[in-house]
Design a protein around this ligand. Sequence first.
Ligand code: SAM
Ligand code: SF4
Ligand code: SF4
Length: 444
Amino acid sequence: MLTGVRRLLRLDPGLRPPSINSCDAADFFSALDKFQRGAFRCLRLRYPERGSDSFCKLVAVKAANAFAAAYHFRNRHSALVSRPVQLQVDPTNACHLHCPSCLHSANIAWASRFDWPLATLRLGEFDEFCREFGPFATRIALFRDGEPLPESLVGSGLDRLVAAIDGASTATYSRYRRGGDFGLVIDNLRSIVRARRAQSSLKPWLVWQFLAFEHNVHEVEAAAALAREIGVDQLVVAKPYSVEHDDPSIKVAERAPFGERLFAEPRNWCAATERASVTRNAEGIDAIFHESWMDRYEGVGGIERESRSPGSACTWLYYSLTMDAARRITPCCLPPMGAPEPRHLVYANFNGKNTGEVVNSFDATRARRDCRSGRTRDVDVQRASPYCVTCTEMPPPPMMPDVAGYLLSVDERRGLPAAIPTALAASRLFAWPHNEEENSEFSV
Ligand SMILES: C[S@@+](CC[C@H](N)C(=O)[O-])C[C@H]1O[C@@H](n2cnc3c(N)ncnc32)[C@H](O)[C@@H]1O
Ligand code: SF4
Ligand code: SF4
């Protein structure tokens, strides 16, 4: 055992992050293979228990994948060898509320512009998605424009639950969350806290998100008191975007006690989650760990270095992937729209197996290549241009693509050298808010 440890120490005197400035893609992916093996050995030194082999492989794959994504963004490749580091899934496209500006708005003139089929994802379909994309990603959000109500929430393994409650009384709450029942929401929160206690579970971390408008800002303190009394862990008072185009009577609060308040000690649920997930999928993780990045690179058939668009690139196209309950793949949280101002954002449909085609579909690669350039270089009047070509929006991510934070929380014993999360934190791909000017600089 001791000899093995010495040998490993000699092999890995210092694991360095692969350089994302490398000009030659084959060099980069060959270095990435070495990095992944080295990262695994570093982790194994700190986690020598028999059951930790898959855990170390999984974390090494996720770290390598994040560097691959950063490398693609740095070089503005249009086809990717990496997989998304952040995933967003709508378990259902339905919602029984009608908030202003949402595609479920009660304002029919507004809501009818969206291309949004009602659908609910089957469990098997969700499993397929997780099997294909999960091992590479560091986060998954189970919502976008639907409202999931998972049964057995506490036992499901969910890490974090955000309850969007913009008020502390029935009258103010239902002004924005039209059709919502404040009493029921509070009862549900109490039940979750009770179930969490009964199961002695640390999860899910419960967040009360309060969007501050003029009509509810006077209730922030009452909401804080109620959240603490119920056993919610955190209150976030956030500044919303304007919804006056839908309902002019609802106005964003200019002054409010914006920010977070903690009612509990932050808990590290990441490490426990990953350890539990690896025991369920040891075989799959082993196969992914042993498939080389060099082979994946060759499988993609070359990545175009000259593909850089003249404008700035949108980071969503490089780190994220969204699937709705009809298994439609879009690049970000913006929903597709139909006539009169179509927003072509469905770049692929996931069938459970076509993972590479989904990431590098015709539209997704065109979107990366011509992102924000105003026009696509393909002249094909029969085909709609990807919306990314003319998009000027920059929706904030619902959660940060914080890969460095993920590695630090999951690798509790600090197997990976600090230089690894530091290098990932320095990548512009994972920075928010976006600096448009920085993103438009380009040098290889
Ligand atoms: C479109 S919603 C979908 C998620 C979920 N159905 C909900 O409403 O909470 C995505 C996120 O945006 C938030 N949101 C809704 N209206 C908003 C607004 N006007 N400004 C900022 N965030 C808003 C929601 O509370 C949620 O956290
Ligand atoms: S709760 Fe969310 S999905 Fe439902 S209507 Fe409101 S914003 Fe839309
Ligand atoms: S360019 Fe616009 S539509 Fe495309 S991914 Fe970015 S924010 Fe979404």
